[in-house]
Ligand binder design. Structure first.
Ligand SMILES: Nc1ncnc2c1ncn2[C@@H]1O[C@H](COP(=O)(O)OP(=O)(O)O)[C@@H](O)[C@H]1O
Ligand SMILES: [Mg+2]
Length: 340
């Protein structure tokens, strides 16, 4: 069986693998240049302190580092510390699901769908909308997302069957493969940044949800929840409304810091223990050089949602105490490792 896999399968992998590049070149978000600039400033500072020669190339997508006769590259947010195959797996939600499931590591269920015009062998039996509709009818609600997306872009919660087709059509305009999964009622989401299998930082992501007190507007409450994100985003008059006492307002159902979620490092020992257990299961099986692991907590269990091989830290810098120092020390370790 000839599988024209490499380029066909996940052409969009480039988007994810090179997030920074996409952010810059495709101008995804207003603050993108500052995202990139902040990252570059930190890397530059580290290089200056260590006497590493630092050069931005290819419209800032590539950072070339030279030290004691060795040349190393950062591309996007990738430090080259995971092998390429593993990087591809981590950044592909369905591939990661299959790998972790095969290794009996708890992971959020993901299925793959290809375009109905994709007649390659690998897509056979995985390219009809009916598959998603059948899945919806068993599991509703469900989540549909770009298989290699990031930052919550192109992640949709489906609550009506008639939404499935338009959303798939929209996603297939720019993606070669789509993931669909049951919707998990997530209580908390956690991220662990790992270098060489060792945790460097664990934080809890807090969904952007506020509860009224009969005095404050939605805007006041959201700004109090996450000033960094919301201070310049709530000009619409809908945010003028004062929430009734106890009334809950959900700004976004996703836990992405790039969509208003906040973060805290205040995590109980019990939860920390559970997260470390999963991290150990992962790092015993996968040789992770540098990555962030996202774990969801539901009423029933903890499971991996995704692993990102590019470690973006732009938002936590502003949100957690000593964010900049913590992030800088993580990137310093990563750079040291590049030159080992
Ligand atoms: N199956 C799901 N059930 C519930 N929430 C989900 C599910 N999949 C994604 N989400 C929410 O959407 C966010 C973004 O999804 P994720 O798979 O991490 O994609 P991205 O790579 O774009 O961040 C997650 O952080 C989570 O809060
Ligand atoms: Mg995510």
């Amino acid at each position: 069986m000839v599988n024209n896999k490499v380029n066909e399968l996940r052409t969009t992998i480039h988007f994810k693998m090179s997030n920074k590049y996409s952010i810059i070149r495709e101008g995804k978000r207003d603050d993108t240049m500052s995202t990139n600039a902040k990252f570059n400033v930190i890397i530059k500072e580290i290089c200056e302190e260590k006497g590493i020669n630092y050069n931005l190339l290819s419209r800032d997508w590539i950072t070339m580092l030279e030290y004691k006769g060795k040349t190393r590259f950062i591309s996007g947010f990738q430090f080259g510390l995971n092998d390429h195959a593993l990087g591809n797996i981590m950044d592909d939600k369905f591939a990661l699901y299959e790998v972790l499931r095969t290794k009996k590591i708890p992971v959020a269920e993901h299925h793959i769908l290809f375009k109905n015009t994709n007649n390659n062998d690998y897509a056979e039996g995985y390219n009809t909308v009916d598959l998603v509709k059948d899945f919806y009818n068993i599991h509703k609600p469900i989540v549909i997302k770009a298989n290699t997306g990031s930052c919550g872009t192109n992640v949709f919660k489906i609550e009506k069957e008639e939404d499935i087709e338009p959303i798939l059509n929209q996603l297939f305009e720019h993606n070669h493969s789509i993931s669909y999964c049951p919707y998990y009622d997530i209580k908390n989401e956690y991220r662990m940044i790992v270098i060489d299998g060792e945790i460097q930082l664990i934080y809890k992501k807090k969904k952007p949800v506020v509860t009224g007190n009969g005095k404050d507007t939605i805007r006041d409450l959201l700004i109090a929840f996450n000033k960094h994100y919301f201070s310049d985003k709530l000009n619409d008059p809908i945010y003028d409304r004062v929430l009734n006492p106890g009334e809950v307002y959900e700004y976004d159902w996703r836990f992405n810091l790039s969509r208003g979620a906040s973060a805290s490092t205040d995590i109980s020992d019990e939860i920390r223990g559970k997260l470390i257990e999963i991290k150990d299961q992962i790092t015993n099986e996968l040789k992770i050089g540098f990555a962030s692991i996202d774990i969801i907590e539901t009423n029933d269990d903890f499971r991996v949602l995704e692993i990102n091989s590019g470690v973006m830290t732009e938002n936590i810098i502003e949100i957690i105490d000593n964010g900049k120092e913590i992030v800088k020390s993580i990137y310093t370790k990563a750079i040291d490792k590049m030159f080992e």
